[in-house]
Design a protein around this ligand. Structure first.
Ligand code: AHR
Length: 325
């Protein structure tokens, strides 16, 4: 499926970039050689989405002739801060990272600013009040993803008078997708008192934790109608738990997930998931374009939002053969 990326200019904010900043020295490109060195701190390898995102960034860097210094933070903020400090020391031309959680970045981002190295946020946001600490933020609208999940649910149960018991598997605590997907979903279902979130807990975006938490949900809640999982992997782990408890996923318990990676789409096509909201991991090419502009001193939009779709079971069957990730 073709992806379109739309640039949103927020509040007239166009981030002006400084020419030549951070270039030269041990880790960066030699002045005038035109090559870019990027330090990239990835969250981890917690999900199929993350694996696809890492591949997209690595392939795009190679295609663009960007020297990529890559580190995997294993879902730990302290590892990301260490990696960013090391990129500053190495004098890379640009730093990009996908922040594991939203808070606690101001100090290290100021250090990058003082060193004159531009920073690009990719995939996830930070909650810093000072938005000049980074040049742009490329990624999905996670609140909208949560709203899309909620809208499907409202439509699905539009003819029912009964209350609907929902359990929620949240992403990593404190991360932008966990905060926003919860908020967007709650905003939509909150208008209708039939919808009750009877349990909500983190599954850390992993299959193993999704299974473990769903097992606990099933033990303490005999009457679950719907599972809302903040990503496919947790949903897939939960399906194992549901089957282990003798219930039929997609029928006894309706399941909504987010991402649309191949394994999730297969489960959707097989009728085990009912609806998936897409979150595209293919951010690499846009990231390299933004990095080239930022390093050259060209202006870039303050926010670049990835445009995404949704999938029903029928749509998943059609999309699966050409699914890239
Ligand atoms: O930040 C994007 C989220 O992180 C994906 O939805 C999830 O699968 C990943 O771990």
């Amino acid at each position: 499926m073709l992806k379109r990326i739309s640039a949103l200019f927020l509040a007239g904010a166009v981030a002006m970039t400084m020419a030549g900043c951070g270039s030269g020295g041990p880790g960066g490109s030699a002045p005038g050689d035109g090559k870019i060195t990027m330090g990239f701190s990835q969250v981890g390898a917690e999900s199929g989405w993350r694996t696809a995102n890492t591949k997209s960034v690595q392939e795009a860097a190679e295609n663009a002739g960007v020297t990529l210094k890559f580190s995997d933070a294993q879902q730990k903020q302290e590892n990301q801060i260490k990696a960013i400090r090391s990129y500053i020391q190495q004098k890379v031309d640009v730093i990009a990272f996908s922040p594991v959680v939203e808070s606690g970045w101001d100090t290290v981002l100021k250090e990058a600013g003082t060193a004159g190295i531009p920073v690009i946020l990719t995939d996830r946001a930070v909650d810093s009040a000072d938005t000049t600490l980074y040049r742009t933020f490329l990624g999905s609208d996670f609140i909208e993803e949560g709203r899309k999940a909620g809208k499907w649910l409202v439509e699905e149960f539009k003819d029912s008078k009964d209350s609907v018991n929902i359990v929620e598997l949240q992403g990593t605590t404190g991360s932008a997708p966990a905060n926003d997907r919860k908020a967007g979903f709650a905003e939509v279902i909150g208008a209708d008192p039939r919808f009750k979130v009877i349990a909500s807990q983190t599954g850390d975006f992993t299959r193993a934790k999704g299974k473990e938490v769903m097992e606990a949900f099933l033990k303490s809640n005999p009457d679950i109608d719907v599972l809302y999982a903040h990503n496919d992997d947790m949903g897939l782990g939960a399906i194992e738990a549901i089957e282990g408890a003798g219930k039929v996923p997609g029928k006894d318990i309706k399941i909504i997930t987010i991402d649309a990676v191949k394994d999730g789409m297969q489960a959707l096509a097989d009728g085990k998931i009912n609806y998936i909201v897409e979150c595209s991991p293919l951010l690499g090419p846009q990231l390299m374009d933004l990095a080239a502009k930022v390093v050259k001193g060209e202006s870039v939009p303050a926010r670049v939002v990835t445009e995404e779709t949704t999938f029903t079971q029928e749509q998943a069957k059609e999309a699966l053969p050409s699914r890239q990730y």
